[in-house]
Design a protein around this ligand. Structure first.
Ligand SMILES: [Zn+2]
Length: 119
């Protein structure tokens, strides 16, 4: 992926993140210095406890913020268009439709089917 495309995605994600954080009334300010969560199961694990603390915040917003932060980190690392699970290139159309994704479609489907099996 070329730099101007990366810049475009970074701007989109930064804007979306700012809007979400504003909606949440800046409750994430003090957590900004924390490491971004990792792909897959660890995201959900990290977010479960965070969602409990921020009980007025919808879990989906909390998850989306974490995904956006992860995506921004992946842009910095130069791994933005690589699947976080299998390492394949994520198709540009998929990233354009949903800039916060970090998995290719196959891995996303696998990940979601694993989640539904949990208690
Ligand atoms: Zn994959």
């Amino acid at each position: 992926m070329n730099q101007s495309l990366l810049d475009t995605f970074e701007k989109k994600l930064t804007k979306q993140l700012a809007e979400l954080e504003q909606q949440l009334g800046g409750q994430f300010d003090e957590e900004r210095e924390l490491q971004p969560p990792q792909v897959g199961d660890q995201i959900d694990h990290a977010l479960d406890s965070r969602a409990e603390v921020l009980d007025r915040v919808s879990e989906s917003e909390v998850k989306l913020i974490a995904k956006i932060k992860l995506a921004l980190q992946r842009i910095k690392d130069g791994t933005y268009d690589q699947c976080g699970s299998c390492g394949e290139v994520i198709p540009l159309a998929r990233l354009e439709a949903k800039p916060s994704v970090s998995l290719c479609l196959d891995c996303q489907i696998k990940h979601e089917s694993q989640q539904t099996k949990r208690p």
